[in-house]
Design a protein around this ligand. Structure first.
Ligand code: ATP
Length: 444
């Protein structure tokens, strides 16, 4: 049997993946902190994405733009005008809802789904957080926290073209925080007010955009299966209908994940046309276009965007990997159930745990020595306390793919046991070359 949201939230807290933010003060709604294992998992996803989207591509470069941008950015992008959700309140229990997430019956009856009270008329609520830059809080000093990383890429398009020798088709990739004053923020880290995005804007010649759209759709779906290890049956595409398409989009597909609460977006692949570069050109009063060095043609490129949630990817990895498995009977004859995260070794926060069978007789020192060697290659964990079976289970629960057990024979024969998380099989291997051996196993 698999994951429910309650189980994931509980495991995340118990084992140090994700904590409620400011918990000692009772928490702050819809904000979360990433603990020792959560930060490793998030970093791994981030590094895989960066490798796949920049280093292994010969025509994509990186960028890290500021969170606060010139306020005109958001006028040009359409966010000041359009980035809002229809909000309704219950007059009785004061719960807030996004009208577009309510059922047709609720909207028609105007009755609160929580308490039956009367709902207000919808009003548009802009999702951007604003603050003031400088000491005077007047309307001239207003700035927004970016609600997406994409605009940092568009406003730097000319800088990148002029300074990095890229030629169309090429992409600019960025990972960073984004902020949205979301009305409903349930479902743990699925929808939060502060989150992280991994976005890539791919600039192409108009007319070739449909071809590149198909290309990136396929690439991005493959990434979830092959790089993050998400089960293919839990992923599908959802094409935006005419009423869902954003104001800038010609075509849009979402990669959706099958959550316990339904199919929901994980990543958007959008054909943004020449909307963004065209609008920024208009608003800054300077043409933003591209001169094709081969044909001397000048044009505003079209943009294919891939926009993924990093913090939401953490949730997908945890949900998809969680299993409770019955593996025989315990000493009382009851079913022996182990909780295990079948995380892909790419994303597992701890790649190997090093466990001396006992502390004494130099086994702890030997194990620590081995750990030191492995730490040069990847993140490991050392655990010397408790029965070995229980130590294995603790590692299963956080998704560690390999346990390395060091016993008396290790001292004499210079070998160790590798215990595999998924099959629970154990094999004996030489200590020499252990890191390389484990790296090979991770690729299987
Ligand atoms: P929704 O319709 O669910 O509000 P969206 O269509 O506005 O989402 P995009 O603007 O396409 O989302 O954002 C791209 C990606 O950023 C999403 O696929 C998601 O993974 C992530 N994302 C967006 N909003 C949030 C949020 N509030 N919390 C966490 N991740 C988010």
């Amino acid at each position: 049997y698999g994951a429910s949201m309650e189980k994931i939230v509980s495991l995340a807290k118990r084992r140090g993946f994700v904590y409620p933010s400011s918990e000692i003060y009772g928490g702050l709604s819809a904000t979360w902190d990433y603990g020792p294992l959560g930060v490793e998992l998030k970093k791994n996803i981030q590094e895989i994405w960066w490798r796949e989207m920049t280093r292994l591509q010969d025509n994509i470069v990186g960028l890290d733009a500021a969170i606060m941008m010139h306020p005109k950015t958001w006028e040009a992008s359409g966010h000041v005008e359009n980035f809002s959700d229809p909000l309704v309140d219950c007059k009785q229990c004061k719960t807030r809802f996004r009208e577009d997430k309510l059922s047709a019956e609720v909207i028609a009856s105007k009755k609160c789904p929580e308490c039956g009270g009367e709902l207000t008329e919808p009003r548009q609520f802009n999702l951007m957080f604003s603050t003031h830059l400088g000491p005077v809080a007047d309307s001239g000093s207003i700035v927004y926290l970016r609600p997406e990383t994409a605009q940092g890429i568009f406003v730097n398009f000319k800088n990148v073209v002029d300074t990095s020798r890229v030629q169309i088709p090429f992409g600019i990739a960025q990972i960073g925080k984004a902020f949205r004053n979301e009305i409903t923020t349930k479902n743990f880290i699925f929808r939060t007010c502060e989150f992280e995005q991994m976005e890539m804007q791919f600039f192409v010649k108009p007319g070739t955009d449909d071809k590149w759209f198909e290309y990136w759709k396929e690439q991005r779906m493959n990434y979830y299966v092959n790089q993050l290890g998400v089960l293919p049956e839990n992923l599908h595409f959802h094409q935006h209908g005419p009423d869902e398409l954003a104001h800038y989009a010609k075509d849009a597909y979402d990669v959706e994940y099958h959550y316990p609460f339904g199919w929901e977006e994980q990543e958007g692949i959008h054909n943004r046309t020449d909307f963004d570069l065209g609008r920024h050109g208009e608003y800054c009063g300077k043409e933003i276009n591209y001169l094709d060095p081969q044909t001397n043609e000048r044009y505003i490129p079209y943009v294919i965007e891939t926009s993924a949630g990093l913090t939401r990817s953490v949730l997908v990895c945890l949900m998809d990997a969680y299993h409770e498995e019955t593996i025989g009977e315990d000493k009382q004859g009851k079913p022996d159930v182990r909780t295990v995260l079948h995380l892909h070794p790419n994303v597992a926060p701890i790649k190997a745990a090093v466990l001396p069978l006992v502390k004494k007789d130099g086994l702890a020192d030997l194990a620590k020595d081995i750990q030191k060697e492995l730490n040069l290659e990847f993140n490991t964990f050392y655990d010397q306390s408790g029965a070995i079976g229980r130590r294995y289970r603790r590692q299963d629960e956080v998704g560690t793919p390999f346990c390395i057990t060091v016993d008396y024979d290790s001292k004499d024969n210079h070998d160790v046991t590798i215990r595999f998380r998924d099959s629970m099989e154990q094999i004996r291997v030489p200590r020499e070359g252990l890191a390389a051996r484990l790296k090979d196993e991770m690729k299987k």
